[in-house]
Design a protein around this ligand. Structure first.
Ligand code: FES
Length: 104
């Protein structure tokens, strides 16, 4: 596992979905600060592989814009159908004003 720099923490204001490239993750990441905590997910919905970055963030979840499944930002769980695959989430840390994501 390695930490990959996403950029300055200030570049991730509350509730604003951003995309980020990440080595080894072809779809890239979708990054959002929710209730003050920065979250990162693979920018690929596990339902049908569509990008999540045009989704909506509300109540700790991101809603996929394609078929409206909601995924918990903290653990990726599909809160509408727990039998569905979860979204892939990555650990994020903020140190000295920099945001970093942990990659495999
Ligand atoms: S592609 Fe995301 S809910 Fe279907």
């Amino acid at each position: 596992m390695t930490w990959h720099t996403l950029g300055p923490s200030a570049g991730f204001p509350e509730g604003v979905l951003k995309t980020a490239a990440a080595p080894g993750i072809r779809a890239g990441l979708v990054v959002v600060r929710d209730q003050g905590v920065l979250r990162a997910l693979r920018n690929e919905c596990p339902h049908a592989g569509k990008p999540l970055d045009a989704g909506e963030v509300k109540n700790g979840c991101i809603t996929c814009p394609w078929h409206a499944y909601r995924f918990n930002l903290k653990n990726g769980m599909n809160v509408d159908d727990t039998d569905e695959m979860p979204a892939k989430v990555y650990a994020v840390r903020e140190t000295d004003g920099l945001a970093e994501v942990e990659l495999p």
